[in-house]
Each structure stands twice: as structure tokens, then as C-alpha cells.
Ligand binder design. Structure first.
Ligand code: BDR
Ligand code: CA
Length: 313
């Protein structure tokens, strides 16, 4: 078997974050070195607890979970309980986690891991606001060239935004952190709304998770049914976009996605367009091509992959 890819998942669960974590846990090709929680969909106290609930759901209390930033670099925290529910993980009834939160601060864990592990072997998977990642880069800039790749869910251009007409939630919550990350020179793969809005949790797909007949399958269906109701109403679609698992799916099957390398710059000044990811798709500026921006997905194959991997748990 080929050597597994070593990843740190930075996350704010969140039902779609939870499915992303389950996808990683169900995939032997990936080794989760640690999960770092950040404030986002709900406050940090809940996101770190939700990350532990999901590890336990998957029967993996051995995974190390760390708590990071309680708020964005410069702005007040904005949360999304209207989408994810009060706990951030409304839908299934999951027990309070027994596994312990690690004592180390998530930002220190990211820095220490990248400095001590062989350079170019750790991939960062960012599923929430980029606060922890930016803080790590600010604390120890030497980590930048040691990161193999950052694969992140965030931004949007052709689809517009989902919290303001121009901004996607993860980037909007901490645009200054996103700015640090996009200017870091680290290879970035970006999963914007332009691609995640094509990965819809239709009723048929949700039912297929329930049909697995396992605890993970049932909890996933319960999560998706809760999560999709908000977006179904908003967009008038059958199902809602399943954003964050696109990041993990890319690591497993990059060919599911199509995009192009271009410049991405983050708006941090104008209140009107705060957190907008300005994507130079047509290369009309001389700005450096700092990200592989995905725009298309083989959504049937994506959901087949999810079903198969979650079925292993
Ligand atoms: C992103 O925001 C959160 O609500 C989701 O977990 C996802 O990471 C989508 O805009
Ligand atoms: Ca998220």
C-alpha cells in the first residue's frame, strides 16, 4: 500500500465539517496527525467538543483534538447558528465526548508539528475561518515552505457569496487571516462555493447514508437533513451544498475536480465587499497565480466516494 498522506484538519464543526472528518477517518490513505478547532460556525467551546464527538462516533477516540483561536484576528466573531443549529451539530443525538481535549494550544501544535516533521510531508486541510493557520504563519514564518499544501474550503466568485452578496462564510469571518494565507506563497488548492454548490445532498443521497444502517450512516443522514433545510429554502434546490468534504475528497481523488491556477486576493478594506475573494480567472492582472481554484466536480462520483468511505466506519 502506498504511504499515507499526513494531514492536519483545521475545522469548525459544523455538519459538513463533521462529514469531512468522517471521510478522512474512513480513508486509510490519510493519516490525521491532529484536528485543530477554530471558532466559526459556533464558538470554539462547541467546535472543539463537536470535533471530539465525531471522532468518538467513528470509534476513533485516539485522534488528537486541539483548541485554537476563540476569535478572528481583527474582527468580531460572526457565527452561523441559523444554518448549523445552536450546538453547531444539530440533527443527531450524539453523546457528550469522553475523550480529552489536548492541553496544547492548536496554533502551537501546528507550528511544532511542521517544524519537527520532515519538511513537505504535512498537508493542512482548512474547513473553517483561517485564523489558526494565519496565527501559526505569523508565529513561525519558517513553517511556510515546510507545508506540502493547503487545501481549503472558502471563497466564491462566480456564485457570489453566501453571507453577503460577495463573501463566503469562512473568508468573511476572518478576512485578515485569509489574506495572510493567500499571500503566504504556500501551494493552495481552493474549494470555493463555485464548486461546492454543485455537490448537493439530494434526498436520494441522504437516504443512501441512512440505508448504511450503521451509527455513522444514521448520524450522517440526521446531520444532513438538519443542515440542508436552510439552503434548500434559500436556493430552492433538492438538498444543500456539502462544502467541506470536497477538501478531503480532493486528497483522495483529485481528478473529481476541475479548475485552474489563478490569482486570488482577499478584500479586507471595504465593508461592502469585506471578505470577497477576487479571483483573476481570466488572468487580466499580473498578480501571481497563488491558488488552484476549483470550479467543477464529478458530483456523482463524489457522493459514491463518501458513501463507500463512511460505510467503512
Ligand atoms: C462554509 O461555512 C460553514 O458554514 C461550512 O462549514 C463551510 O465550511 C461554507 O460557506
Ligand atoms: Ca466549516
Amino acid at each position: 500500500m502506498p504511504q499515507s498522506r499526513r494531514i492536519i484538519i483545521d475545522t469548525d464543526p459544523g455538519q459538513d465539517d463533521a462529514v469531512a472528518i468522517l471521510l478522512a477517518l474512513g480513508s486509510a490513505e490519510l493519516e490525521i496527525v491532529g484536528i485543530t478547532a477554530v471558532a466559526g460556525n459556533v464558538p470554539l467551546k462547541l467546535t472543539e467538543k463537536n470535533a471530539r464527538k465525531i471522532c468518538e462516533l467513528a470509534g476513533r477516540p485516539d485522534v488528537k483534538v486541539y483548541a485554537g483561536a476563540i476569535r478572528p484576528l481583527a474582527r468580531e466573531l460572526v457565527t452561523a447558528e441559523e444554518v448549523h443549529g445552536k450546538t453547531g451539530l444539530n440533527g443527531p443525538q450524539l453523546p457528550e465526548p469522553k475523550m480529552k481535549l489536548q492541553d496544547e494550544y492548536a496554533v502551537d501544535f501546528i507550528v511544532e508539528t511542521l517544524m519537527s516533521e520532515e519538511s513537505g510531508t504535512i498537508t493542512l486541510c482548512a474547513l473553517g475561518p483561517l485564523t489558526n493557520v494565519a496565527l501559526a504563519l505569523i508565529r513561525e514564518p519558517k513553517i511556510a515552505p515546510r507545508i506540502k499544501e493547503i487545501v481549503l474550503m472558502g471563497g466564491g466568485f462566480f456564485e457570489g457569496g453566501n453571507v453577503t452578496p460577495t463573501a463566503e462564510f469562512n473568508i468573511y469571518v476572518d478576512p485578515h487571516a485569509a489574506d495572510v494565507v493567500f499571500k503566504s506563497g504556500i501551494p493552495i488548492v481552493m474549494m470555493p462555493l463555485d464548486v461546492t454548490h454543485k455537490a448537493l445532498t439530494t434526498a436520494k443521497r441522504t437516504k443512501a447514508f441512512r440505508k448504511l444502517g450503521t451509527r455513522v450512516g444514521t448520524a450522517t443522514a440526521d446531520m444532513l437533513e438538519f443542515f440542508e433545510r436552510f439552503d434548500e429554502e434559500k436556493y430552492g434546490t433538492d438538498g444543500g451544498p456539502l462544502h467541506d468534504p470536497c477538501v478531503i475528497a480532493y486528497l483522495l481523488k483529485p481528478k473529481l475536480f476541475k479548475g485552474r491556477k489563478c490569482n486570488v486576493s482577499v478584500e479586507t478594506a471595504s465593508e461592502l465587499t469585506m471578505g470577497m475573494t477576487v479571483i483573476d480567472w481570466w488572468g487580466v492582472t499580473k498578480r501571481p497565480k497563488n491558488a488552484m481554484v476549483m470550479r467543477d466536480i464529478d458530483h456523482d462520483a463524489f457522493f459514491e466516494l463518501l458513501l463507500e468511505r463512511l460505510g467503512r466506519l
